[in-house]
Ligand binder design. Structure first.
Ligand code: NAD
Ligand code: TDX
Length: 366
């Protein structure tokens, strides 16, 4: 039986991880620590909050005393660190919280783990797993091979630089103090509970409300997309079989240009609306209700500054050492995702609140 501290467990991947973990390991205990920033949402943990083997703590990973107290009083043996500021565009407009949470916050978490697990002399087996991103490796040209774990770090945005710094601190706490760490660097995730500032949910919801579909630059930037549950499965494998001190890349072997993704989502939403009278009543402004194509909403806008051209992950090490193979195909994963947003309007209406809309509108005003 494991006892986990899941930081950022009310965010997109963290919440999916908690659902995944407690369904697979119902005998385990999970404590979520989440600051409930704009991206944190208790509604993403519906059905879990009442369980006896679950506890939600509203707090900051930068609160070293709180984390140390939780590790001690709950006898926790595993930290899975999802907590972060995660949106590249926000990091360009305001990098400060990225440094505060991703760098200083992760460092506080490491200090608390060291204090309780090493300095406290408990001698208990423990694991500190840090969830990171492929963006730390920088940008690929079309010809370059996908990122492997030995690629040099070359982060280009304040977000990726802050994640890179946190990865280095995690590594250093292993090499210097012997903290038992692992790190995973994953490609772009999509799936249920993703905050609609990220490309795929933004496109789905804007189609339903007949709003423009903003494509940065020429739309030919490439990302390697992975269904979120496959990321959770990959982290599970790293926790069970990963070697302490090692880094594992997790990806989907699934490269798409942004414009291809947007066209695919447009076609699938059009089909769904055309096939359902109920959906036509619920989303009367959607282009398919008026005999139009969602693609007509595509709007090429000013490029993201420093926009990385291509990311792609080489997950051979995870496959060979851990047996990691993504299970969801992109075709099934994207359909599931669209169906989830269509079925969970209450969830996304609640997160599309005034402050988020204001931010989004300001972002595209210039
Ligand atoms: P998210 O923005 O949806 O969620 C982040 C969560 O962390 C939120 O619940 C937020 O309230 C919480 N949080 C923020 N600051 C905190 C703090 N100081 N203390 C405690 N909680 C805090 O992010 P996500 O997309 O779920 O990403 C989770 C992790 O996975 C991040 O570390 C991110 O870098 C990494 N990652 C994301 C992707 C992706 O495609 N989304 C891909 C690879 C890696
Ligand atoms: O409106 C948009 N238009 C657009 O063209 C948005 C929101 C994005 N894009 C482009 C930018 C990227 O090339 O789509 C691509 C994906 O953008 P995001 O969804 O913002 O993701 P990205 O910047 O690739 O970063 C994501 O993957 C790696 C996550 O947000 C990170 O947390 C993760 O580390």
């Amino acid at each position: 039986m494991s006892k986990l501290l899941v930081t950022g467990g009310a965010g997109f991947i963290g919440a999916n991880f908690v659902h995944y973990w407690l369904a697979k390991y119902p005998q385990d205990r999970v404590v979520v620590l989440d600051a409930l920033t704009y991206a944190g949402n208790m509604a993403s943990l519906a059905g879990i909050l009442e369980q006896d083997n679950f506890r939600f703590v509203h707090g900051d990973i930068g609160d070293e005393d709180l984390v140390a107290t939780l590790l001690r009083e709950e006898s926790l043996d595993t930290v899975v660190n999802f907590a972060a500021e995660s949106h590249v565009d926000r990091s360009i407009h305001g990098p400060d919280p990225f440094v505060t949470t991703n760098v200083v916050g992760t460092h506080s978490l490491l200090k608390a783990a060291k204090k309780v697990w090493l300095d406290g002399g408990s001698g208990r087996p423990h694991r500190f797993h840090h969830v990171s991103t492929d963006e730390v490796y920088g940008s690929l040209t079309p010809e370059e091979p996908p990122f492997s774990e030995t690629n040099a770090y070359a982060p280009n945005s304040p977000y990726s630089a802050s994640k890179a710094a946190s990865d280095h601190l995690v590594r250093a706490y292993h090499h210097t103090y012997g903290l038992e760490v692992t790190t995973s660097n994953c490609s772009n995730n999509y799936g249920p509970y993703q905050f609609p500032e990220k490309l795929i949910p933004l496109i789905i919801l804007n189609i339903l409300e007949a709003k423009p579909l903003p494509i940065y630059g020429d739309g030919l930037n490439i990302r390697d997309w992975l269904y979120v549950e496959d990321h959770c499965r990959g982290i599970d494998l790293v926790l069970q079989k990963g070697r302490v001190g090692e880094v594992y890349n997790i990806g989907g072997n699934n490269e798409w240009t942004n414009i291809e993704i947007v066209r695919l989502v447009c076609g699938l939403v059009d089909q769904g609306i055309a096939a359902s009278e109920i959906l036509r009543q619920r989303f009367p402004h959607s282009p398919a209700c008026l005999g139009n194509k969602a693609e007509s909403l595509i709007a090429f806008v000013k490029d993201r500054p420093g926009h990385d051209r291509r990311y792609a992950i080489n997950a051979e090490k995870s496959r060979n050492e851990l047996g990691y193979v993504p299970q969801e195909s992109f075709e099934t994963g994207i359909r599931k995702t669209i169906d989830w947003y269509l079925a969970n309007e209450d969830w996304w209406r609640a997160v599309m609140n005034g402050s988020y809309r204001d931010w989004l509108e300001k972002q595209y005003a210039d």
